[in-house]
Ligand binder design. Structure first.
Ligand SMILES: Nc1ncnc2c1ncn2[C@@H]1O[C@H](COP(=O)(O)OP(=O)(O)OP(=O)(O)O)[C@@H](O)[C@H]1O
Ligand SMILES: [Mg+2]
Length: 268
């Protein structure tokens, strides 16, 4: 193995190998998917509705067992939800506790961590500050807008300091301006806390804007039709990046792929 290959292996934090997922004796949601994610990388998975994106994230984080294939985190087999991975769901309204304040919601998962009360409190304060909600720390979720509630969900994930943050359509339920704000917030958090990000979305432009690499899924039962590197300069900026000719070429390529989905090779 070359030095470069050794370095690449060391940097790989997540590996999905020949993953197949069938629900019981019924729907084959994922036919076969292999992918890897490097430490600190921002990887997106785009695919049409029903392509098995949520199924893939739930299987990656150990909430669902694969039918065949495997998921490795730091070269260790994932068989149950590992503390290094946190999943942020699309539906923030159902993921926050309405009877807890912003602070208590963000603090909630930390009860599992063996840390002193002072350390926990500072993680919570820092995460709430990072998402710009310090002035609302004592509010309840129902007193906040949808975008603010999703910020709380993101702060809760960040306070936990996961190695990988898995994001399932996290910005789908907010308006376009809030969405752009949340995208940029996610990029800032990644830079500030060095968290590896794995996002699933059906929004092709969003995937290109945020990512270092994009995996394009076929319709279900899903396979990967293309892996695309996104060599756009960092930091990304909404207007500048999205009007870049390279950005437009990439998003057009992915639109074509999702529109056409080339010949598939069935799994054995
Ligand atoms: N718990 C379940 N039991 C049985 N089938 C399921 C279950 N969850 C999902 N499926 C099926 O698996 C397939 C993939 O669903 P999944 O929710 O993973 O897709 P998705 O890409 O996340 O869709 P969307 O873009 O709408 O969020 C669908 O055909 C769905 O009906
Ligand atoms: Mg989904």
């Amino acid at each position: 193995m070359t030095n470069g290959a050794v370095a690449a292996r060391r940097d790989r934090v997540l590996e999905v190998v020949d993953l197949q997922k069938r629900y019981g004796a019924g729907t084959l949601a994922i036919e076969r998917i292999s992918l890897d994610v490097c430490r600190g990388e921002f990887v997106s998975i785009v695919g049409p509705s029903g392509a098995g994106k949520t199924t893939l994230l739930k299987t990656i984080c150990g909430l669902l067992a694969p039918t065949s294939g495997r998921v490795l985190l730091d070269d260790k087999l994932v068989t149950a939800p590992p503390p290094e991975m946190v999943l942020v769901f699309q539906d923030y309204a159902r993921s926050l506790f309405p009877w807890l304040t912003v602070t208590a919601n963000v603090a909630f998962p930390l009860r599992k961590k063996r840390l002193g009360a002072g350390e926990k409190a500072s993680l919570v304060l820092e995460a709430i500050d990072a998402v710009g909600l310090t002035a609302f720390a004592g509010h309840y979720p129902w007193q906040l807008s949808g975008g603010m509630q999703q910020r709380v969900a993101i702060a809760r994930a960040v306070a936990f300091r996961p190695e990988i943050l898995l994001l399932d359509e996290p910005f789908a339920s907010v308006d376009a301006l809030t969405r752009a704000d949340l995208e940029d917030l996610t990029l800032r958090l990644r830079a500030e806390f060095g968290i590896t990000m794995l996002l699933v979305t059906h929004d092709i432009d969003e995937a290109v804007y945020l990512s270092d690499r994009v995996f394009v899924l076929s319709p279900p039962p899903s396979v990967i039709v293309r892996e695309i590197a996104v060599p756009l300069s960092q930091p990304r900026e909404q207007e500048r990046t999205r009007s870049d000719a390279a950005f437009l070429a990439l998003r057009n390529e992915i639109h074509r792929l999702i529109g056409q989905h080339p010949e598939r090779t069935p799994a054995p």
